[in-house]
Design a protein around this ligand. Structure first.
Ligand code: SAH
Length: 214
């Protein structure tokens, strides 16, 4: 796999496109500029890697559209050193964005095939998240509580254990809805442990499913 001037040029175009779609956090745009997104797709799809579209990554799953990744990351409001739990490692691209922002990242994937593929790739990029093959509905108790939780699949309901594993003052971004479209929800846990939510429009995700796949 190589990353050359052509790829960098394509990344610059993508970053300009994201900027024009109201992604304003320069740290996130910088992360998109640095991470070779074409590594996360099959090598023959270089052009698609830098188009603002979702793409198949195997096991019937998709790498989220760049705009969706950027939008979710912006809502999540990640600061350096924060503990962030991601549900749905998938290709590992979003995981890498969170690492690039300086977060301590924990990510769970229920498809073994994808978990096994993402791990060496993320390591090759010299990021150091903790990755787990498991069911995101359970969260990751031993590392809880988390400053931020990001769900990257369509959740049929707000997973209770994830709310429990969120710090006071913490934020969770969750695409909510069991059907074809989800509503992007930002959930905040206040000092009494009460949870409030705000909606940020409609998006489309693959479903969050219970238990692990074989
Ligand atoms: N963040 C990924 C997006 C992948 S799509 C990326 O940047 O590529 C969502 C992923 O969530 C899929 O890989 C799917 O297998 C996974 N998923 C679905 N239900 C899950 C669950 N209960 N626990 C963990 N991962 C889950």
């Amino acid at each position: 796999m190589e990353d050359n001037f052509r790829h960098k040029g394509l990344r610059k175009q993508l970053v300009d496109e994201l900027r024009s779609k109201d992604i304003t956090d320069e740290r996130i745009l910088d992360a998109f500029m640095v991470i070779p997104r074409h590594y996360f797709l099959d090598t023959s799809f270089v052009q698609q890697a830098y188009s603002d579209i979702a793409f198949q990554i195997g096991a019937g799953q998709t790498i989220s559209q760049p705009y969706t990744v950027a939008f979710q990351t912006q809502l999540l409001d990640v600061q350096k050193g924060m503990k962030v739990l991601e549900i749905g490692t998938g290709s590992g691209f979003q995981t890498s964005v969170l690492c690039e922002l300086g977060a301590k990242v924990f990510s769970i994937e229920r498809q073994r095939e994808l978990f096994l593929k993402a791990k060496p790739l993320i390591e090759k990029l010299r990021y150091n998240p903790k990755l787990k093959y498991g069911d995101g509905f359970e969260g990751w108790e031993v590392y809880a509580p988390f400053d931020r939780i990001l769900i990257t699949c369509g959740a049929p309901h707000i997973p209770e254990k994830l709310v429990e594993q969120l710090k006071i003052g913490g934020k969770m971004v969750i695409p909510l809805g069991a059907g074809n479209t989800q509503e992007m929800i930002l959930l905040t846990k206040d000092s009494n442990g009460e949870v409030s939510r705000r909606s940020y429009g409609k998006f489309r995700f693959v479903p969050m499913l219970k238990d692990t796949a074989k």
